[in-house]
Design a protein around this ligand. Structure first.
Ligand code: AHR
Length: 524
């Protein structure tokens, strides 16, 4: 056949047609569908900003090297606090910071950490790596740090190895403005005005590292310690009783039964997601889809856990006066090879972003009872939001989730209903989508969605009828692989990007949720 110019022109268009047909077919194969309804007019509960709280323990490089480097350090600092970390935390508007532990809290004697730093005694941090704790970061350093950040301190007092008098004195030292031995001591140490702090934890994990107590024994101890943690002036302490270890429902039952409701404001709960076992947890990076799936599934147990503890609390406190305070949560993996096993230093991947997004959605959706939570931990420990070295910092994928979810803080929770696909792996399944929605004080509707399916985008239609929206915008966090992470060499692998073309038509938002992503849609 004679090849003419016209024929040559036709060949590529045939290929193009075939290519587009095959491409569209494959696209359709990898895109599933879901529907979401947001009841825009049915909000009842406010999402407390304190759900977005953080936790800094004297453990590994969280405080020393992570937050505090001292005024003489070559690392740029503001009065001894790392400047890069201060800026990163300020950007998140963190609502509160829990300190000094953790297990460390129950072996911490606060008077060791006041006065001239050169005269403070050294101790051994027996729980975390057996390293020397020089007490250079103490009460003043912590509370001044909170003032610098504009965040509320949450102090956890020592019940396990401390005394009622010691805890009582600490409250007086921090909160009393009149004349008293402790208030005078604070003045001698350079601080005239009290800090007037509100949040006070009475012991930590008293069933374990905090004294190996029975629930009955702790309930009685709580009553003693809480009695002498006094209110000064107008300030009212918000007292948090040490709560259960994950599925220990009996602990919650005994505390609720034996502590008068007027003596506590919150009851805590700790839950860590450990993919395999405590002796072989699984790596933070370089994992396969089985590890990915198990981690997501176990993180999702937070919902049943909250509902189970809340059901018990409802029996004694039907008006939900007492908050469930999840003051330690997050992923716990094997430490990074070559690091001190007592320092709990682990990397943080896209998988961590997905579990953080899902967990925060669960907290939001239980805002009637869950009114405070603290991810473990802020810097260099467990599911850290920031990693540091001598040269700089890395914002982890989990950091970006807290950044994305900021609009939910103090917003009105809106009920949501999802009809969506499952993510199936090895004949096991979980709901592919996790969702929560809120209406901010500025009138913006915020919808956060996690698509846990690592292999399929999901085409989502959101019915927001009842909400007058003029525009819709979207942002998301994802990456090529679910094990991708940010390193000091390559810090922006997992980051927040603009979501391509979410549409709004007749009260319906349409958007494509990329596989393995955390998405924020905002209607205005
Ligand atoms: O966050 C690390 C440790 O985990 C805390 O010190 C303790 O409370 C929990 O067991």
């Amino acid at each position: 056949m004679e090849i003419t110019t016209v024929n040559i022109m036709k060949i590529p268009s045939i290929f193009l047609f075939l290519f587009l047909t095959v491409f569209n077919y494959l696209q359709a194969q990898n895109t599933k569908k879901a529907e979401l309804t947001v009841l825009a007019r049915n909000g009842e509960h406010t999402i407390s900003r304190h759900i977005y709280g953080h936790f800094s323990e004297h453990l590994g490089r969280c405080i020393y090297g992570g937050i505090w480097v001292g005024e003489d350090s070559d690392i740029p600092n503001i009065n001894g606090y790392r400047k890069d970390v201060v800026e990163a935390l300020k950007n998140l508007n963190i609502p509160n910071l829990r300190w000094p532990g953790g297990c460390f809290a129950d072996e911490y004697h606060w008077q060791d950490g006041i006065g001239p730093r050169s005269e403070r005694p050294e101790m051994i941090n027996t729980h975390w790596g057996g390293v020397v704790e020089d007490n250079s970061f103490g009460t003043h350093e912590f509370l001044d740090f909170c003032e610098l950040l504009g965040t509320e301190p949450v102090i956890c007092g020592n019940v396990g190895s401390g005394t009622v008098e010691e805890m009582s004195d600490w409250v007086e030292y921090i909160n009393f403005d009149g004349k008293s031995p402790m208030a005078d001591l604070r003045r001698e140490n350079g601080r005239d005005d009290s800090w007037g702090i509100k949040y006070w934890g009475v012991g930590n994990e008293s069933w374990g590292c905090g004294g190996n107590m029975t629930a009955e024994f702790y309930a009685n101890q709580y009553r003693r310690y809480a009695t002498y943690a006094r209110n000064y002036g107008e300030n009212r302490l918000y007292k948090i009783a040490g709560g259960a270890n994950s599925w220990d429902l009996n602990w919650t039952e005994v505390i609720m039964k034996n502590v008068p409701l007027h003596q506590m404001n919150g009851l805590s709960l700790h839950y860590y997601t450990v993919p395999h076992s405590w002796s072989n947890k699984g790596p933070a990076t370089g994992f396969d889809e089985e590890d990915y799936f198990i981690t997501l599934k176990k993180a999702g147990d937070m919902k049943r856990l909250i509902e189970s503890h809340s059901t018990i609390m409802d029996k004694y406190d039907k008006d939900k006066r007492i908050a469930l305070v999840v003051d330690e949560w997050g992923n716990w993996f094997d430490v990074e090879p070559g690091t001190n096993p007592g320092f709990l230093y682990q990397q943080n991947s896209l998988r961590d972003a997905l579990t953080a997004g899902m967990t925060l959605n669960i907290f939001n959706n239980h805002a009637d009872r869950v009114r405070m939570a603290n991810i473990a931990q802020t810097v260099n420990v467990l599911q850290a939001i920031i990693l540091t070295n001598e040269e700089g910092i890395v914002l982890t994928p989990t950091y970006h989730v807290f950044d994305l979810y900021k609009p939910h803080m103090d917003a009105l929770l809106l009920p949501t209903y999802v009809k969506g696909p499952e993510y199936i792996f090895n004949e096991e399944s979980l709901d592919a989508l996790s969702v929560s929605a809120s209406k901010g004080k500025d009138g913006t509707m915020n919808i956060t969605i996690v698509n846990m399916d690592p292999n399929n985008d999901i085409s989502l239609d959101v019915d927001i009828s009842g909400f007058e929206a003029k525009s819709i915008t979207g942002k998301y966090i994802s990456s090529k692989e679910f094990y991708d992470y940010n390193s000091f060499e390559d810090p922006d692998v997992v980051k927040i990007s603009e979501l391509k073309a979410p549409k709004l038509s007749k009260g319906i938002i349409s958007a494509i949720l990329p596989a393995k992503s955390v998405v924020l849609l905002q209607a205005r």
